[in-house]
Design a protein around this ligand. Structure first.
Ligand SMILES: Cc1cc2nc3c(=O)[nH]c(=O)nc-3n(C[C@H](O)[C@H](O)[C@H](O)COP(=O)(O)O)c2cc1C
Length: 228
C-alpha cells in the first residue's frame, strides 16, 4: 500500500473520493475486469483499487488495469516486522465499499464458511459489516444449480452483503453460465450519488456508511432466474 494510506484511512482527515475496492476471483467472467474498472473510473469521485486471487490472474492482462492491483504476494512482501502494516487490514480500512465481481464458486464457499487463506478472503473476513459489500456470483449452470450454491449465497446475504443476481448466458461451448456484471455499475452509481448528496448537505462518508448499514437503501429483491 502507498505510504499515504495511513493518513487516507484516518477518519479525522476529510477526503473527497469515495473508495471502491474491487475483488476478482477465478471465473471466466474475470475477462471483463478491464471493462468493469474503466466503467467505474468514469464515475466522478471514485477511487478504485483491485484485490485479485491468483487464479483470477489467468483471465485478464494486468497492463489493462489502470489502478493499483494487489495480490497475495503483496500481503507478504509488505510485512517484515512488528511495526509494518498488514495489507488486508489496511485495505478493509481504506475501502468505503467492496464489490466482488466475479465471485466464483470456490471463493463463495470460502466466504460462507469464514475461510481466509489469501488476501481477498482475509479482507472480507475482516470486513467492517457497517460498510456495503456487493457480490456478483459467476459460474457454470451445473455449479450454480448445486443446492450448496443457494445455501452459501443466503449465508452471505445473512452477513448483510448484497447479491447482484445472475443472468444466464450461453457459453461458446454451448453450456450456460450464470453471471452478471452489467447491473453493477448502476449500483455503484447509486452509492456515488448518495455520497455526493451527503457531502452537498455537509455530511460525511461515515454518515453514508450508516445509511447503508441501517437504512439498507439498496433493495435485496433480485430474483434467481434458475437454480434452487
Ligand atoms: C477456464 C476456466 C474457467 C473457469 N470459470 C469458472 C467460473 O466461471 N466460475 C467458477 O466458479 N469457477 C470457474 N473456474 C474454476 C475456478 O477457477 C477454480 O475453482 C479456482 O480454484 C478458483 O480459485 P479462486 O476462488 O481462488 O479464484 C474456471 C476454471 C477454468 C480453468
Amino acid at each position: 500500500m502507498e505510504p499515504s494510506s495511513h493518513a487516507e484511512t484516518s477518519p479525522s482527515v476529510p477526503r473527497e473520493k469515495f473508495h471502491v475496492l474491487v475483488g476478482v476471483t477465478g471465473s471466466v467472467a474475470a475477462l471483463k475486469l478491464p471493462l468493469l474498472i474503466s466503467g467505474l473510473l468514469e464515475i466522478p469521485g471514485l477511487e478504485v483499487k483491485v484485490v485479485t486471487t491468483e487464479r483470477a490472474k489467468h483471465f485478464y492482462n494486468p497492463q489493462e488495469i489502470p489502478v493499483t492491483l494487489y495480490s497475495d504476494e503483496d500481503e507478504w512482501q509488505l510485512w517484515k516486522g512488528r511495526s509494518d502494516p498488514v495489507l488486508h487490514i489496511e485495505l478493509r480500512r481504506w475501502a468505503d465499499l467492496m464489490v466482488v465481481a466475479p465471485l466464483d464458486a470456490n471463493t463463495l464457499a470460502k466466504l460462507a464458511n469464514g475461510i481466509c487463506d489469501n488476501l481477498l478472503t482475509c479482507v472480507i473476513r475482516a470486513w467492517d459489516l457497517h460498510k456495503p459489500l456487493l457480490f456478483c456470483p459467476a459460474m457454470n449452470t451445473a455449479m450454480w444449480e448445486h443446492p450448496i450454491t443457494a445455501q452459501q449465497v443466503e449465508q452471505l446475504k445473512g452477513f448483510g452483503y448484497t447479491e447482484i443476481p445472475c443472468v444466464v448466458k450461453k457459453l461458446v461451448c454451448g453450456d450456460e453460465a450464470h453471471s452478471l456484471l452489467q447491473e453493477l455499475l448502476p449500483r455503484i452509481k447509486l452509492v456515488q450519488i448518495q455520497s455526493s448528496f451527503l457531502s452537498n448537505v455537509g455530511l460525511t462518508v461515515e454518515s453514508l456508511e450508516w445509511s447503508w448499514s441501517h437504512g439498507r437503501s439498496v433493495d435485496h429483491s433480485g430474483k434467481r432466474e434458475k437454480g434452487p
